[in-house]
Ligand binder design. Structure first.
Ligand code: NAD
Length: 290
């Protein structure tokens, strides 16, 4: 069993980005600029935002955080997004999810200018991604692809099972791995909460690659996978004792895997790295550098 080390891969990708950025700045351009909007004080969001801002520093980007109170109205938030959409000094914008329940997330996602949508959640980018066109790809799914690529894990022709169909992880990764764009060409099964358990087990036990994003600690057990499987654990779950775990019973399942992502230090780090790649792309588009 070997670890798919998201920390190592992310550091390597961010180092490449920072070298490119140093070149651009050397030629007289400003730094790439990411803006994050955080509504309220949701504890996990605070920590995700902190790691995104820290990564901006490492990549040589300007990263700025706009904090809005929990009570902000949808109209006020949309107005703030509109201001950033029209501000040429910002290349990419993230509205940290989840939002308070009085705000409609889809309205907010739809309000972000597609050319600044570095999370890749806007329908224009999601559609372009699904069609295999150049797009900002949803960061977690893109990060998983970059991690598999970094470790030369064969994807073409492999049988991949995705567990969980969220718009931000399960759905986009299943599309990306099945596409014949730059990373993909797998045969993909997308499973979810309505997948009958025997069918889920049939699929996962035959899979070469299993990607799990359900948010349930220990969901993937040793009897669910075959010997030599590549296991990507997207889950981030905080146990009552404060420990952070994924969706895989790591101790029991890891010995069966050829490769597995740790939690923490796996997919989470790659999500942030993919955001940096998307921000650099937004910046390069902005300055016609590609
Ligand atoms: P979600 O929480 O929106 O939805 C859960 C998904 O799991 C649903 O699609 C549901 O159909 C599926 N599911 C639930 N029970 C199931 C079952 N018994 N069998 C099969 N499928 C089942 O999904 P999400 O937003 O992708 O989050 C999933 C996990 O991934 C969470 O722990 C979240 O914190 C984590 N996450 C991590 C990152 C990262 O960067 N590492 C990014 C996003 C989400």
């Amino acid at each position: 069993m070997e670890l798919l080390d998201g920390k190592k891969c992310a550091e390597s990708l961010v180092a490449d980005i920072s070298r490119k950025v140093a070149g651009y700045i050397g030629s007289g351009l400003r730094k790439p600029h990411m803006t994050i909007i955080l509504v309220g004080t949701h504890a996990p969001s605070e920590s995700y935002v902190k790691s995104k801002i820290a990564s901006c520093g490492r990549a040589g980007f300007e990263g700025n955080l706009i904090r809005l109170p929990e009570t902000v109205t949808e109209q006020e938030l949309l107005a703030k997004i509109n201001g950033i959409n029209n501000d040429p000094s910002t290349d990419g914008v993230i509205v940290q999810l989840p939002l308070p329940s009085h705000i409609n997330e889809q309205n907010v996602i739809n309000a972000i200018a597609p050319e600044k949508d570095i999370d890749g959640f806007h329908p224009t980018n999601f559609g372009r991604m699904a069609l295999g066109q150049k797009a900002f790809r949803p960061a977690t799914a893109y990060g998983i692809c970059k991690l598999l690529q970094f470790y030369d894990i064969p994807i073409r022709g492999k049988h991949c099972v995705v567990i969980g169909r969220s718009n931000i992880v399960g759905k986009p990764i299943s599309i990306m791995l099945a596409n014949d764009f730059d990373i993909g060409n797998a045969t993909v099964t997308l499973t979810h909460i309505e997948t009958p358990r025997p069918l889920l087990l049939d699929e996962t036990r035959r899979a070469d690659i299993v990607i799990v994003a359900v948010g349930i600690p220990g969901f993937v057990s040793e009897d669910m996978v075959k010997e030599g499987v590549v296991l990507i654990d997207v889950g981030i779950n905080r146990l009552e004792n404060g420990k952070l775990v994924g969706d895989v019973d790591f101790a029991a399942v890891a010995p069966k895997c050829s490769w597995i992502t740790p939690v923490p230090g796996g997919v989470g780090r790659m999500t942030v790295a993919a955001l940096m790649i998307n921000t650099l792309m937004a910046y390069e588009n902005n300055f016609n550098l590609t």
